[in-house]
Design a binder for this molecule. Sequence first.
Ligand code: PLP
Length: 267
Amino acid sequence: MNAPDRPIPHALTIAGSDSGGGAGIQADLKTFSALGAYGMSVITALTAQNTRGVSAVHPVPPEFVHAQLDAVFSDIRIDSVKLGMLANAQIVSAVAESLQRWQPRFVVVDTVMIAKGGHALLLPDAVAGIREQLLPLASLITPNLPEAAALLDCAEAQTEDEMLCQGEALLALGAKAVLMKGGHLPGDECPDWLLVAGQEPLSFPARRIPTRHTHGTGCTLSAALAALRPQCADWAATVQHAKAWLLQAIANAERLQVGHGIGPVHH
Ligand code: PLP
């Protein structure tokens, strides 16, 4: 992606570790490298995890999350930040405070709540912190339909019209842009919708892919958005590029033989 005369983007992930390497920090750093960015990580939680699921979570103390954030921001130029698993309300607050202090240009908030295997990656009482402290700092948020419903405290969208209404409601809560991911819509069509404040919504049509390699796709997409945004003109171009790249990573996964459960994509 990088033209030789362009600066290499510096991308930071603030997220949880996946010992199995398919999601979280590990997926993010692989994605940053694949898309020409220099990657950094602030780890919020360790998970003991493989392709069959999460067996344990060990959150990092919020003061230590702060210490990692101060270490990277005080020394290194950071062009974009991606937020993933934040585990609890204290970590949400530590991250919000730090983003307010350091004001990075692009902040992609992946509103991670529950792993595909059903394990909670965010305590339920931390959802309010994401809504009140992080949405107003977000350049883009990337909720799937259950996450959008949790943030808005309403029923999950079943149609594209409902998706659009909920996207508008999330903009009204302060996010500058929202990528509503349609993977949970009923049926074979599962478009994503991009809503940017003050612009017409844009649809990215998609059909469900018959694959078992979906572990970490949400993490990978939001990391790709953070890596690519400094290299693209706007969010529409960034989403287009990131989604095309993710489709290829899902196709590449057919060559991987990792684990016995929901397999990861190949970055
Ligand atoms: N583990 C970590 C540390 C994550 O951050 C995430 C997603 O954000 C997941 C697991 C979720 O993985 P899955 O795609 O299987 O739901």
